[in-house]
Design a protein around this ligand. Sequence first.
Ligand code: AMP
Length: 560
Amino acid sequence: MAVIGIDLGTTNSLACVWLEGKTVLIPNRLGQFLTPSAVSVEEDGSICVGAVARERLVSHPEASAASFKRFMGTDHVFELAGQNFTPQELSSFVLRQLKADAEYFLGEEVTEAVISVPAYFNDNQRYATKQAGALAGIRVERLINEPSAAALAASRISREEEGSYLVFDFGGGTLDVSIVDFFDNVIEIRAVSGDNHLGGDDFDEVIARRFCEVNDMDYEGLASQEQASLLRAAEKCKRELTMQKQAELVFGEEKKTLALTGIDLAELCGDIFGRIGEVVKRVLQDSESSMEDINEVVLVGGSSRMPVVAFWLQAFLEKAPCVIGPPDEVVAMGAGLYAGIKERKEEIKDLVLTDICPFTLGTSVVNYMDTSRPIMSPVIERNSVLPNARTGFYTNAFDGQNHISVGVYQGESYYCDENIKLGDIEMDILPCRKGEAGFHICFTYDINGILEVEVTDLQQKKKYQQVFTTGSFRMSGEEMERRVRELQAYKLMPQGGIRTKLLLARGERLFTQFTGEKRRIVSEIMREIQAQAAGKDERQMTESLRKAEALFDELEQMER
Ligand code: AMP
């Protein structure tokens, strides 16, 4: 029985395991490490996950879904082929597929997983992630923050020496920077700082806006579909600048152009770098470190591949950053390593990870100047070590008050309405004069980042415990068992002949996208694959799949 680590991503998911003294990424049945986080209901009612499902997003949009991680912990419902699924149910299919692939790869049953989650995930989102595990039949005792997983992998992989690390994790839409110490077998996440709205997408937008400026177009005035296509072209141009010194963005019927060099991009993105600088300064300040204390700067996340980012960081920190492995794989490696620690695998059984709460948790107190805008009173401050329990003392705010609503918030702003609301505890109190009724409010934050709040009314000696019930997706044990049974009735698509299935799905997508001559060619290739699949000649089949792939690649290339 094995425990695996899973990076359950918005776009792609990966699984990793600690095997014979090292982290090993688990390939899916196509031989790839990245499994697209996409789900589709097939015509026969079975569920397909991954690359085939991603193709079906275009050819069968009514039966397919992706990017459901964005909705974890909300009441959002996805309708696929007339059936309703919650985001955690769709995630559970992805987890089931990863589990099945891992079992095939390892030759043993996978019973448990450590799943990574973004540091900014709130209570509802964490609860939903654990629920996805339970729905997939996997025990999830431990969630690990993505920056902590990256830091854990970095501290082991970059060099097995002790020291302090600055881990720079720059993705499509988020930036997380952590300071990690590795001494005496203890990996200690000292501070995490981030910006949840800063990532590769911002570079795409800067390039797209520049394109409009140069070509006398109004970026804001573009139809949403046109804007989306321009952003896609801008992203492609950005990626080309990772490989070469200059690139050209060509867009629209009139084939308008923008030529760009790495230096141009650096100049255009001054604001983005200013914001990155703020995050880096804050994390150094929160951890009370200076760059002299840092042994290594480690780059993680897709956007860290950009040379302008590495150059800028080097100039800003006066230290050359290093890359420890493909940026997409590092978080999964950290989760896999943690799975090994959890199993107390020999080489790492003495390693200890201490994590922190990356944001402040607090309660609302009355704002006498404007009662409609309560003020945040921090109970557990950001960067406190986990697990953590803190109690604050509060009193009633008005004479004769007979009801109190204790708001629970996450965030760093002074006013509660600028932070994320996690829930309320409602309680009736005995009316008395202002300041005479006292309450203890105790926040307990466990190693998975799951919060429990207990309020004690000292006058009435009554306790109110909050199991947050916001979001109807929270289920009782019985409801959960019923839903697990219902979901088990959905079979995962068999993985035999997966390459053929993927090619056929890709063909269907291209057929939907193209018209005319190209469509006719796609149709012909599809018929050839189907004819071969019906035959028995393995060698011929492999050869015709290879040919079909090349032809599809060529057709798609022409489209760009
Ligand atoms: P992640 O969330 O870590 O998967 O990162 C996704 C982001 O990385 C997107 O904004 C991508 O455009 C960006 N990205 C991925 N590969 C590259 C590359 N080779 N060059 C520049 N940006 C990249």
